[in-house]
Every structure is written in structure tokens, then in C-alpha cells.
Write a protein that binds this ligand. Sequence first.
Ligand code: SAH
Ligand code: SF4
Length: 421
Amino acid sequence: MSSIATPLMPIAGTIDPVPVARDLPQRPDGRTDLIGLPREAIRAALEAAGMDTKQAKLRAKQLWHWMYHRGVTDFDAMTDIAKTMRPWLAERFVIGRPDIVTAQTSEDGTRKWLLSTADGHEFEMVFIPDADRGTLCISSQVGCTLNCRFCHTGTMKLVRNLTPGEIVGQVMLARDALGEWPKGSMASHADADDEDDDAPQYTPDGRLLTNIVLMGMGEPLYNFDGVKGAMKIVMDGDGLGLSRRRITLSTSGVVPMMARAGEEIGVNLAVSLHAVTKEVRDEIVPLNRKYGIEQLLEACAAYPGANNARRITFEYVMLKDKNDSDQDARELVRLIRAHRLPAKVNLIPFNPWPGAPYECSSPERIRRFSDIIFEAGISAPVRTPRGRDIMAACGQLKSAAQKMSRADLDRLAEEKQAALG
Ligand code: SAH
Ligand code: SF4
């Protein structure tokens, strides 16, 4: 599928250009989708549809609870809303979900969904079950404007930012698929506060989805507003109720947006470092030509909320003969120390994809690299690849409709790098 109907428009200004959907085409039936709207916007939408102020405020609160605490998509199931009011709502509004194009399960239990926006853009979401947690990996964009040489998503051409509704919709969909909506009492969590870690939240026991990582398709800090809007709902005590400590945003290093991410979203930060010299990082993470390693590490040192209890994760993909020497490992330790960073390092064995220009380092090399960092007192676990058989592992996400030839890939890489200046 994938008939691309949305007109794309570049954003002007100093923050790097990201094509966004101009206006999401109105739903063909003229109704408004309430998913992803802040509470206040739901109230305003009800008032605009003719409801009086007091009533709109009450109904918005009830709708919010049904949508995010109970996962209800049908107004008819909202038992504390008058029976006569429900068809009025259903005529004007919907509670949507992204469409599921395909769903796959790996032999290791990892699940991947190919999803579609209402206007036909495809993107992916992955669920990774572990003994003590369940991590949902969500996308923030369709494709990516960046072009990290080792990343499959970076070879996708068509991009638009996902809306808050499309981002939070992934979490809703995962809860639907995992059968995780509470069926019992309607007790409200209105008093919960996302600063309070004892607030009601979904815990590992009895809950499959415990953590969220913004590590699917796209660069989350190039879709700041979309990601922020969605995460506010995910963290809302009367919404999905997930603690900000269970959410991690991964950036390839969009330095000017990092402080705002810490202040306004407040989730854990992961940084895709991947190399310790300008030469290598310029090649594999071209954004480095714009924001270099020193600048990036300074922004990490200043990241609001980072401390020894909440460390910054440095992601480091292991590429054979490219970034995996003993000297690279020692330089990584030096950089972390020089910037006095509360850091841990995640070593990611490179996940291959068709046409990829790199190979994964050998297990012995990865082990040695990890040991050097560990011996310096910095945690450096090696990540076990998950879902490789269904192309669900880090950096393998790409919608099937987007296959390109090697010549196309090279042309695209040149275009993207020219755009970076
Ligand atoms: N755009 C964001 C988040 C998405 S990628 C970012 O770049 O940080 C999530 C992680 O997977 C990043 O660290 C990314 O660099 C890494 N990754 C990309 N391609 C990979 C591959 N083929 N093998 C292993 N990790 C990869
Ligand atoms: Fe984009 Fe992240 Fe892939 Fe780089 S690694 S191309 S920033 S999704």
C-alpha cells in the first residue's frame, strides 16, 4: 500500500529542515480524532461543537479517563456519559488508532508491527519482552531526514513527522494488542503526579508494557512538539501513567534541542555517539559535521536531570574495523571522564540489512572493547540483538514499500549530505 497523499512542506529556520504534513487531511467523514489532543484542546473541541463550558469541562475529563485509562474507542462504552449524549459525540468525534498493516512475531518473542497513518504513510513499532520488563520501541517520524550510514531507516526517502496522536497511538495500540487495559473499577488517578514515582503506574508484575524507548524510526528531536505532546499524555497520572524514568529518548545529537528536551519532557536521554573521532563520526553520523563531538558532550553534561542515579546512555554500534579498536575504547573513556559525565555505554552489535556498507565486529572484539570500558569503572553491557529474524532489531526498521536500489541509496546520501551543508 502506501499511497502518499499528504503534501510535504519544509520548515524554514535554523533548526534543521524537516518536512511536515501541512495539514492532516480532514477525515473523509469530517469528524475529529481526539487521540493526542491535550485535555484543554478536547474541552475546546467540545465547546466548538456547541457544548456549554461547564459541561465541556466535565465531559473532557470523562473522555480523557475512558480513552487513556481504559483504552475505550467506542463512545457507547462510556457508561457515565448519558446515553443520549453518546451518539452526539460519535457524530462529531472518533477515538482513533494507527492502522495495522502487518504484525509479526520473532522466534525470540519480539513483536513488530507495520503501521499506517490515516493518509497512507507507513512506520514501524517493536515490542521487546524481557524477564523483568517489556519495552515498546516507538517511532517519531516516517523515515528520517538524517542518513547515518549504518541505519536502514536512514535510507528511507519519504518523511513526515508523526503527530502526537500517531505517537501516543502506538502505545495505545500496543496496550490493545497486549490486552492491558484495566477492566475493573473506574477509580480515577487524577491526583497522580508525574514527579512522584510512587504514583499509580504500570509495574512489571501483571503488566507487560513497562518501558518506552523513542528508538524506532526517526529523530525525535526533529519532531520536538509531536514527541512532547505524546509523552505528556503517556506520563499523565490519569492518562497512561508511565513514569518519566521508564521512558528514554534517543537522539543522534541534535544539540540545540537537548536542553529543552530535559526541561520540557524530562525523560531519560540516550545519545547515539558511535564514534570518538571527528573523521569517523562525520562519516557514520553525518549530523556530526553540524554539531561536533565536543559540542555534543557539553550538551550532555548540561542535560537537565542527569546525575549518577539517572545516567545518560551512550549508544555505540560496533562496526568491524571502523570504530572498534582498543584505542577507540580508551578514547571513549577519556571523553566521558573529561566531561565528567554520569554515563553508561550500550554496545550494540551492528544489525545488518540488505546493502549495508558495514559488518559487525567479532564477538571477541566487542568483549574486549566492553572490558576496557568496564575496567575504567563505566558500565558497558553488550546488547543482545532482538528480533533480527523479522528485521525488528535496532536500525533495521524500514517499511517494505520503501525498498531502493544501491544507486538510489548513493544518490540519496549525497542529497542529504548536501542539505547538511
Ligand atoms: N534517531 C535516533 C533514534 C533511533 S535509532 C537515534 O539515532 O538515536 C536507535 C539506535 O539504533 C540508535 O543508537 C541508532 O544509531 C542505532 N542503530 C541504527 N542502525 C543500527 C544498526 N544497523 N545496527 C545497530 N544499531 C543501529
Ligand atoms: Fe535517523 Fe537515528 Fe537512523 Fe540516524 S540512526 S538515520 S538519526 S533513525
